[in-house]
Design a protein around this ligand. Structure first.
Ligand code: GLU
Length: 448
């Protein structure tokens, strides 16, 4: 796994031992560390300063109880988390995930990834992540508000526009950000807009933030396709998920001439060879907050497969935009057999190590999450800039900045892969480029 580098091997073993049961965190660490042997051969000082050990141990981990009341007056208890991983490049930055699967191992894997992803954006932001095992699905607005208020009551003392700036992730959208910000404002008596990103446009949010992760993913993939003399034009695209990332990836793919033939949610898959209508998906998911199967009520050419596996559908480009480990080794092999040419990771760590290996061995173009889905957090950083200047930018200008950032990230990953002897391997390129930025800053800032 680590190219025979025994020091690296023993650091990894120590991470596994120190963090028992946190399998997603082990996986994320293993993936980054396996890219590092050529870097460490050039830079022995990273061992001397124990940079890898320091990077694998978060600066601070906050775990708290959240008690909230439902509409019938019953009390519920959830667990809240914030892991402030690394602030070598700027204040801690990263989203909050509200989902029953959230536990410390998930928050740490996401926080660890965020450190390198944020570095790749070129913006001055460190890495963090947080969340709760609270499930907003099926809860009333009032219940979600009660939960968010209690969550922020615990967390607010650790936040600040120059300290730690949360945002959304799975289960946390503009509604939740609104309730969280409202409670922060109430507790601190400050309209500190830059303390949270993903806000509504009318009170400090940024244009394009809603679209940013999905649009950014497609800008990144478009750049990669162009580099290989290809484009989205006339390509069949399958996109897993139907949340914020999937919806705006689908919108941008369609704008660029591609055809989105399938999308999904955790219950099943919708399929329409003639192309999926993104506006209908938006209405079902964003306004009505219903399941994706409703889609077939409005489009009779579409089919719905309860419990179906979207990766079994023949496609040119696959964009996993749902959640971690959703493409297994077996799924990857099916996609390859069916002639897929490119994979773009919109979700965080959606491909298992076996899946990544299968894609690499088959020479499939592969846009790794850290790089390809960095558009969301990059636009959060643009939101922070606007907030700090009390400024508001246009959609066109913000979108242009996002596109430039994604093109830059692609170039950085591609050039770094080339420089370190693995041309075309953007996973390695992303890990190495992100690591170098953070590691160098840590050495420059001394042993803290
Ligand atoms: N949760 C998103 C991510 O995975 C966005 C984080 C942010 O905007 O701070 O990058």
């Amino acid at each position: 796994m680590f190219g025979g580098d025994e020091k690296l091997e023993s650091i990894y073993r120590e991470v596994v031992n120190r963090n028992p049961g946190e399998t997603e965190f082990h996986q994320a660490v293993g993936e980054v560390l396996s890219s590092l042997p050529p870097v460490l051969a050039k830079h022995p000082e990273f061992y001397e300063y124990k940079i890898i050990e320091r990077l694998c141990e978060p600066d601070r981990q906050i775990i708290f109880r959240v008690v909230w009341e439902d509409d019938k007056g019953r009390l519920h208890i959830n667990r809240g988390f914030r892991v402030q991983f690394n602030n070598a490049l700027g204040p801690y930055k990263g989203g909050l995930r509200f989902h029953p699967s959230v536990y410390l191992g998930v928050v740490k894997f996401l926080g660890f990834e965020q450190v390198f992803k944020n570095a790749l954006t070129g913006m001055p932001i460190g890495g963090a992540k947080g969340g709760s095992d609270f499930d907003p699905h099926g809860k009333s607005d009032r219940e979600v508000m009660n939960f968010c208020r209690r969550f922020m009551t615990e967390l607010h003392q650790y936040l600040g526009e120059e300290i730690d700036i949360p945002a959304g992730d799975i289960g946390v959208g503009q509604r939740e950000i609104g309730y969280l910000f409202g409670q922060y404002k109430r507790l601190t008596h400050r309209f500190e807009a830059g303390v949270i990103t993903g806000k509504k446009l009318n009170w400090g949010g940024s244009q394009v933030r809603t679209e940013a992760t999905g649009y950014g993913l497609v800008y990144f993939m478009d750049e990669m396709l162009r580099d290989h003399k290809k484009s989205f034009d006339d390509m069949k695209v399958t996109i897993s998920g139907s949340g914020n990332v999937a919806i705006y990836a689908a919108e941008k793919v369609t704008q660029l001439g591609g055809k989105v033939i399938a999308m999904s949610d955790s219950n099943g898959v919708i399929y329409d060879e003639s192309g999926i209508d993104v506006e209908t998906v938006k209405r079902i998911k964003e306004v009505e907050r219903k399941r994706i199967k409703e889609y077939t009520k409005f489009h009779e050419t579409a089919a719905y497969y309860e419990g179906g596996n979207i990766w079994e559908i023949k496609t040119d480009i696959a964009l996993p935009c749902a959640t971690e480990n959703e493409i297994t080794g077996r799924d990857a092999k099916i996609l390859i057999k069916n002639g897929v040419i490119a994979i773009g990771e919109g979700a965080n760590m959606p491909t298992t190590p076996e899946g990544i290996k299968a894609f690499m061995d088959a020479g499939i173009l592969f846009g790794p999450a850290k790089a390809a889905n960095a558009g969301g957090v990059a636009t959060s950083a643009l939101e922070m800039i606007q907030n700090s200047r009390h400024d508001v930018w246009t959609f066109e200008y913000t979108d242009k900045r996002l596109k430039e950032i994604m093109e830059n990230i692609y170039r950085t990953c591609s050039e770094t892969a080339e420089e370190y002897g693995v041309p075309g391997n953007l996973s390695r390129g992303a890990n190495i480029a992100g690591f170098l930025k953070v590691a160098t800053a840590m050495i420059e800032q001394g042993i803290v």
